[in-house]
Design a binder for this molecule. Structure first.
Ligand code: F6R
Length: 243
């Protein structure tokens, strides 16, 4: 695992956007795995600036979603599909035909999870997977004690994660869905390159457990230690508890 400490979130965003741009120059139709939440926003902004300036053409990239709420209509403004359309697809000039994600509205959720896991493999696998990290060490929505071998499946959000995400629902935790479909840890580990960005002091404990703790299901992100090509980019605040 490679750990890169950057001064702030903007520098982290720029560094990762440049890695994505280099991948796209080499492989214009790369399959990019994308996360949502606040952390990746500087990455998407930096990548958008590169596309606008002509430094990279992302129009042939393919996009794969990491996780999705269960039960929110696909066109709900806070469904992750909608968020990714606003933050990634539209700014980068990528059409919905190049987008894949789990169906959070499916009646048979289990079948939808299995279908998405299979679709990722059939698409050739994810070339670069972006990850954020929860304050409890979750990646995707693999909350603590998720199996490190898990595949895409339905998970119940912890109360803490729902409280953390209430800010996207007008501060009302009752509006935050209880369930999500998330790529499993085993699924995530199949991506060719994992890039985790963590910013802010509230991520410092989770970062220390991820990088310096044992590989253990209590800190799902520690599974990155098992991956041959994992990059952890942290700002100084998030790095503050590293030895
Ligand atoms: C979201 C996701 C989550 C977030 C994590 C951190 O797609 O996979 O693991 O990355 O909850 O969220 P933020 O970045 O909002 O602190």
């Amino acid at each position: 695992m490679e750990v890169v400490i950057v001064p702030d979130a903007a520098a982290g965003g720029e560094l990762i956007a440049e890695a994505m741009a280099q991948l796209l120059r080499r492989r214009p139709d790369a399959l990019l795995g994308v996360a949502t939440g606040s952390t990746p926003v500087p990455i998407y902004q930096a990548l958008k600036a590169k596309v606008r300036s002509g430094a990279v053409d992302a129009s042939r990239a393919r996009i794969a979603q990491l996780d999705e709420y269960v039960g929110l209509p696909a066109d709900h403004p806070e469904s992750y599909r909608s968020v990714l359309h606003r933050q990634v697809l539209e700014p980068l000039g990528i059409g919905m035909n190049a987008f894949m994600g789990p169906d959070g509205t499916a009646t048979d959720v289990q079948a939808a999870c299995e279908a998405y896991d299979r679709a990722l493999t059939e698409a050739g696998g994810v070339d670069l997977q972006l990850l954020g990290i929860g304050t409890d060490g979750h990646i995707g929505f693999n909350e603590p004690c998720s199996s490190l071998a898990s595949r895409t499946r339905i998970k119940t959000l912890t109360e803490q994660t729902r409280i953390d995400n209430a800010r996207f629902f007008g501060g009302d935790v009752r509006q935050v869905p209880h369930h999500v479909i998330t790529q499993g840890i085993g699924t995530i580990l199949e991506a060719r390159h994992l890039v985790l960005l963590a910013t802010g002091e509230n991520k410092a404990d989770a970062v220390a457990a991820t990088v310096e703790g044992p590989v253990a299901a209590v800190c799902p992100a520690s599974a990155l230690q098992l991956h041959p090509h994992a990059t952890v980019v942290v700002d100084e605040a998030a790095a503050s508890k590293l030895k």
